[in-house]
Design a protein around this ligand. Structure first.
Ligand SMILES: NC(=O)c1ccc[n+]([C@@H]2O[C@H](COP(=O)([O-])OP(=O)(O)OC[C@H]3O[C@@H](n4cnc5c(N)ncnc54)[C@H](OP(=O)(O)O)[C@@H]3O)[C@@H](O)[C@H]2O)c1
Length: 294
């Protein structure tokens, strides 16, 4: 079963930048209509002009929407109804993170993350999937994060939102088997976008190594390819895929311990050592014997 991308209507949240924008670019020659959703109207309009220059027959609808505001999401859904737009494929790509000690984060930022990363994808899926089931064709491509399988000091809320989405997507996929609606979860590792800048995570204590990073275009390409094959999930990027497989067979105790050094540096700062002597994330496994890591 393939999702109805070709000649279908595809709604993409987070289309104003990064992975969402690349998904829009890669679907521009295939979809009939793209509905581009984000807060930055100017970025969406620039993208619309670019896509129309590439493919003048494409329908492009720009919907400015703050997904953290339920009334904005309702207005988006109303606008789709009024304009008789039936969404064949929902791409949940909008997301945001935050970096820092949990007790120092503002509640409004935490709440915003929960609404954008959790409530909005669930609400959109809830409102759109019934029509897909009735039409016996549809698809939901959800971009989560590799954090759903790991522990990330400094990103506790982000990590939690990704686990939640992971459980939802995999369960929904099972519910929808045989209905004609394909559900795929994308779990990227490190992708070169502005996400770290948005999260204030440019100076994080244990950044992903450069060899793990991939471009947004590559991430989008692998996500779409997996979706078209009807796969349940994809971890874009070869190195990230192998690291994910390795991590899956490691005992929870070891995975927990691998974040311990980063957690200590986050709370107490880096020790006064030469940079080359700083404990690297992989070496944090050496902390595995520490009682609090078990
Ligand atoms: N880059 C990575 O390393 C990485 C790793 C794992 C997972 N991911 C996930 O991949 C997805 C795409 O992120 P990205 O890397 O492409 O980052 P990005 O370039 O920062 O894009 C994030 C998108 O989300 C939209 N967005 C954020 N808050 C919003 C809100 N309140 N309402 C509507 N739209 C909102 C942004 O649009 P506006 O600002 O215009 O609203 C933007 O289009 C996210 O779910 C992210 O968690 C990324």
């Amino acid at each position: 079963m393939r999702p109805p991308i070709d000649s279908g209507t595809v709604l993409i949240t987070g289309a104003s930048s990064g992975v969402g924008r690349e998904i829009a670019r890669q679907l521009a020659y295939r979809a009939r209509t793209l509905v581009l959703v984000a807060r930055s109207e100017d970025r969406l309009e620039t993208l619309r002009d670019e896509l129309l220059a590439r493919n003048p027959t494409l329908g492009v609808v720009v919907e400015q929407c703050d997904l953290a505001q339920p009334e904005d999401v309702d207005a988006l859904l109303d606008s789709l109804r009024r304009n008789l737009i039936h969404v064949d494929v929902l791409v949940n790509c909008a997301g945001l993170g935050d970096y820092g000690l949990y007790e120092r984060e503002s509640w409004s930022r935490i709440h915003q993350m929960m609404r954008v990363n959790l409530t909005a994808p669930l609400l959109l899926a809830h409102r759109l999937v019934r029509g897909m089931v009735e039409r016996k064709r549809g698809g939901i491509l959800t971009v989560g994060a590799a954090g759903s399988n790991s522990f990330a000091p400094g990103m506790a809320v982000y990590c939690a939102t990704r686990r939640f989405l992971d459980g939802f997507t995999e369960s929904l996929r099972l519910e929808l088997l045989g209905t004609g609606v394909v559900v795929t979860q994308v779990s990227p590792g490190a992708v070169d976008t502005r996400v770290d800048e948005q999260a204030g995570a440019e100076d994080q204590v244990a950044p992903p190594p450069a060899w793990m990073r991939i471009s947004a275009a590559r991430c989008a390409f692998e996500a779409i390819a997996a979706f078209e094959r009807g796969l349940p999930r994809v971890h874009p990027g070869l190195m990230h895929r192998w690291m994910t497989r390795l991590s899956a067979i490691l005992p929870r105790r070891v995975r927990r311990a691998s974040g311990l050094g980063a957690a200590r540096r986050l709370r107490h700062g880096a020790p006064e050592l030469e940079p080359a002597l700083h404990p690297q994330p992989a070496l944090d496994l050496a902390f595995a014997h520490v009682p609090e890591a078990r």
